[in-house]
Design a protein around this ligand. Structure first.
Ligand SMILES: C[S@@+](CC[C@H](N)C(=O)[O-])C[C@H]1O[C@@H](n2cnc3c(N)ncnc32)[C@H](O)[C@@H]1O
Length: 468
């Protein structure tokens, strides 16, 4: 047997996947996810919420390994409840991925890459396939009878996953192999330039949701056909008709100058997710992405008024997706994680500057954030080549590293309720940061705790409490 060949191992990988899935579902262990943050920043959106929701649904972000998240969901009533799962897992690319941030050193902008996630498999391809197989079985259990799954991969591993998915979902439930074709930097000199990803689309049953999408199709020679009963249109390029969308999708990837760009390597375009969500969900559907990265699936699902669940195990990813959703004025969502030790890698102080009248029902409190510090630069998820630059900027203005501050004006202790936010803009341009924060407080409370949460560009998080 060729040692590098995986062909003979596929049957074993499938058996492993089934066995592990059964073990997980039959174990009596109860995973203890707790709500640690509620984002309810936009009061006016409560109106919008009641317009499109008849139940108590809350959109959810889980900060955890997705195997635990799926186990939790399956043991807590979500079996057969999800209409669409999109995943964009590590592609077996044997590379590390980063988030690119812009900092100002007082004179100019500089770029720093910090580690976001690893796609390296020291135990080899079999281990990668085994892990994903268990998860695909769990995803199958989560899908509703009208549900679909889209698995986003590329040439590294898609051929093996296709074989495994035929086994897990049934060959009869294979729907499409979608080719996402794009332009990007880098050309092939000894091969054709690799400019597409592959998305495998399977349904749970034959009764799956599918809403046909239309796309432009330019006429041959760009001239009108004038066929009877066919509507034709003309734009700057030429004459076209609308046809049912084909399985090769030409969608721009997130380029350096793209407005969507949040600096997270492997961020996928909204347009891609829009097409998938519109095709495979209805208004009341739940959409899940268990490898959520920068949160594109949730951001698009939110815009399309779908219910959503996302998970990721990276602090950077969670910080980026949360900020992105808030910047998009996402409706209420909750964050969950398994109870953990408090993060001690950063610190800051709060100074109360003044209390003052606001209006008849409210008073104001002005606070100032002081002395933000990173305790140990060598523990940051960055290459040591950046240490000097970071030290230099920390000395000049440590607040350059603060991504945002959120305030819970009535902190009860169990979870942080995100009510007011103060952040700078992400992406290609970096906004300024105001350390003085004016809070509006209802007068009727005699005693209250205010919690101030600071998140830095590396995803480090710290909460400080003020007792009034
Ligand atoms: C290719 S990225 C997803 C990018 C995403 N589609 C977007 O538009 O930003 C893969 C993500 O999977 C996450 N990931 C890898 N293994 C995971 C696991 N076991 N549980 C949860 N997330 C995981 C990584 O942290 C990374 O953010």
């Amino acid at each position: 047997m060729n040692k590098a060949s995986i062909i003979n191992e596929l049957q074993e990988i499938i058996s492993y996947g089934k066995r592990e899935r059964d073990k997980i579902l039959n174990s009596s262990e109860n995973i203890n996810f707790s709500l640690y943050e509620k984002v309810t920043a936009f009061e006016e959106d409560k109106v919008r919420k009641s317009e499109h929701s008849t139940d108590n649904w809350q959109n959810k972000i889980f900060y955890a390994d997705n195997i635990k998240v799926m186990e939790f969901l399956l043991k807590n009533g979500y079996k057969g409840k999800i209409d669409l799962i999109y995943i964009d897992p590590p592609f077996f690319s044997e590379t590390n991925y980063n988030r690119r941030i812009i900092l100002n050193d007082g004179e100019k902008d500089i770029f720093i890459k910090h580690f976001a996630y690893e796609d390296r498999w020291r135990k080899g391809i079999k281990n990668y396939l085994e892990e994903l197989t268990v998860k695909l079985y769990l995803m199958r259990d989560l899908l509703s009878s009208k549900g679909s799954i889209y698995v986003h991969l590329d040439w590294h591993i898609v051929h093996y996953i296709k074989v495994l998915m035929d086994e897990i979902f049934g060959r009869e439930n294979f729907v499409n192999e979608i080719i996402w074709s794009y332009k990007s930097g880098g050309v092939g000199k000894r091969h054709f330039s690799k400019k597409h990803d592959t998305i495998l689309f399977y349904s749970k049953t034959k009764n799956y949701i599918f809403n046909v999408q239309k796309e432009k199709s330019y006429n041959r020679e760009l001239k009108p056909y004038r066929f009877k009963g066919v509507k034709e249109f003309k734009d700057d390029i030429g004459w076209y008709t609308y046809v049912n969308t084909k399985d090769v999708w030409n969608i721009d990837m997130i380029g350096r100058t793209s407005k969507e760009r949040v600096g997270y390597d492997t961020q996928k375009p909204r347009k891609l997710l829009e097409r998938i969500i519109l095709s495979s969900t209805d208004e009341n559907s739940i959409v899940a992405d268990f490898f959520a990265g920068s949160g594109t699936t949730g951001v698009v699902a939110e815009k399309l008024k779908r219910k959503w669940i996302m998970s990721d195990l990276g602090a950077t990813s969670i910080a980026v997706m949360k900020e992105r959703l808030i910047e998009e004025r996402a409706n209420r969502f909750n964050l969950y994680r398994i109870p953990h030790e408090e993060d001690d890698s950063i610190d800051f102080k709060i100074k109360i500057k003044k209390r003052c009248p606001w209006d008849f029902f409210n008073e104001c409190l002005e606070i100032e954030i002081e002395d933000y510090e990173i305790k140990d630069i060598s523990k940051l998820p960055v290459n040591r080549k950046y240490w000097l630059k970071i030290k230099d900027i920390l000395e000049k203005d440590s607040f350059e590293f603060v991504e945002y501050i959120a305030v819970d004006t009535d902190y009860k202790g169990a979870f942080f309720s995100f009510k007011q936010e103060h952040y700078r803009t992400y992406g290609n341009k970096r906004g300024s940061f105001n350390k003085n924060i004016l809070l509006k407080l209802e007068k009727n409370l005699k005693k209250r705790n205010i919690a101030v949460q600071l998140i830095d560009v590396f995803g480090n998080e710290k909460i400080k409490i003020i007792n009034l």
